[in-house]
Design a binder for this molecule. Structure first.
Ligand SMILES: [Zn+2]
Length: 410
């Protein structure tokens, strides 16, 4: 009776099972946390156990009032024993909370009625892992948000895209994933669900690039905007891309530059964050001719700044992607060390790459300021000055020249 939690931040689990994970050298400290009280140390295992798993059982009535405090007291009393058992780094450990039967046997959660009904009601809240049932009588027939057909069985987008979850108000603005809100938040019928999840699987398989930018996934989804009749030899490349996608290369290759504008491309940049997917950037309707223009501009800048090696075609990956990759790596090199600084730089850089793809004007002064303001710190690093500064300066010079030319200010 175990199901993975529905999100990293939810404060309940399907069953009274807590994953301690691999054995720990300072087990006692890890359990109890710093200082005297695990209740204040949000990093301590007891704090996490209490808040992520146990307390919800009491709140929902599966445990009687005050039970969790009693359990925590017992755990604290026995902390030395638990720490002693939780010590092998090669093994992974679970804590299972379950009663002892009248004849003195440990009862597995499945044999405990209160757990079973708790599990079932949680499952029901989640729409039984798929269809959102209307058994609770709150709504009868619902309208599918896509095809407008009437149906009693609907599903929400979070079943297809992990960035469309109910705790993210900008995507599915439901505070609670209850049946009531699910009926209102972009409900889709079973047929549309099938079509959408089929489409998602197809994008994952064919149009997904996880190589070009470290840690970031890029979907490149083509859309046919005109019929393909009498379009000449470029059509073959369009058809190739539509049918094969990126599957052979796993990145955006030069083949894409041979397509014509009867196809537009949609770019989606996203990253994985534990169980969730974080949407970073979406750029719609990019015609291949714009990509060609970006590449050509890059070629001119690379030659003008003495970096023709950056524009030659030695690599199978397209120049466009090498531009995106180079700008990305130069910015991340300067982004600082803390997560906050790096996330800020990442979002900012993606914003600029989004503008490049969508053909908007770029604030080059801002880019210059970013590089210049951070150079000072780097110059204090002798090793960097000796080994990297020369290449760095040339790359940055090329990038700035390229951005000016894209803006039409060469
Ligand atoms: Zn539908």
């Amino acid at each position: 009776m175990y199901r993975a939690p529905v999100g990293a931040n939810v404060k309940w689990r399907f069953s009274p099972i807590y994953k301690l994970g691999k054995g720990c050298a300072n087990a006692k400290d890890a359990l109890l946390g710093k200082g005297d009280s695990w209740r204040k140390d949000t990093e301590s295992r007891f704090y996490k156990l209490y808040n992520s798993t146990l307390y919800a059982f009491e709140k929902e009535g599966a445990f009687s009032e005050g039970s969790v405090d009693k359990i925590m007291e017992c755990l604290k009393e026995n902390v030395d024993r638990i720490a002693e058992l939780w010590n092998d780094r090669r093994s992974s450990y679970l804590l299972i909370f379950s009663p002892i039967s009248e004849d003195g046997h440990f009862m597995y959660p499945l044999d405990v009625k209160a757990y079973l009904s708790y599990f079932r009601s949680r499952l029901k809240e989640q729409g039984a892992g798929g269809g959102c049932s209307s058994q609770n009588g709150s709504v009868g027939e619902k309208l599918c948000a896509l095809c407008r057909s009437q149906t009693s069985e609907t599903v929400n987008l979070d079943k297809i895209f992990a960035f469309a979850t109910f705790d993210k108000e900008n995507f599915l603005p439901g505070i609670k994933a209850s049946d009531k809100s699910k009926g209102k938040m972009f409900p889709i019928c079973q047929d549309c669900y099938k079509a959408l999840s089929g489409g998602k699987a197809c994008i994952d398989e064919k149009y997904s690039d996880s190589k070009s930018i470290y840690g970031v996934n890029i979907y490149v989804v083509p859309e046919l905007i005109m019929g393909n009749a009498n379009m000449g030899h470029a059509v073959q490349f369009n058809e190739d891309f539509l049918s094969k996608g990126l599957s052979n290369e796993g990145h955006l290759s030069n083949r894409i530059m041979k397509m014509d504008d009867s196809v537009v491309l949609h770019f989606v940049f996203w990253e994985k964050n534990q169980a969730q997917e974080r949407l970073l950037l979406m750029v719609e309707d990019v015609p291949p001719s714009r990509l060609k223009h970006i590449e050509e501009t890059w070629g001119i800048s690379a030659n003008a700044t003495g970096r023709s090696d950056l524009s030659n075609d030695g690599s199978a990956n397209s120049r466009l992607y090498r531009i995106i990759g180079l700008m990305w790596s130069k910015v991340m090199e300067l982004a600082g060390k803390s997560d906050n600084e790096r996330n800020y730089a990442k979002d900012w850089m993606l914003g600029i790459e989004g503008k490049i793809l969508s053909g908007e004007c770029i604030n080059v002064d801002e880019v210059k300021t970013f590089f210049v303001s951070r150079l000072q710190g780097l110059c204090a690093d002798h090793e960097w000055v000796q080994n990297k500064s020369k290449y760095f300066a040339r790359d940055v010079y090329c990038i700035i020249d390229f951005l000016y030319r894209l803006n039409g200010e060469d």
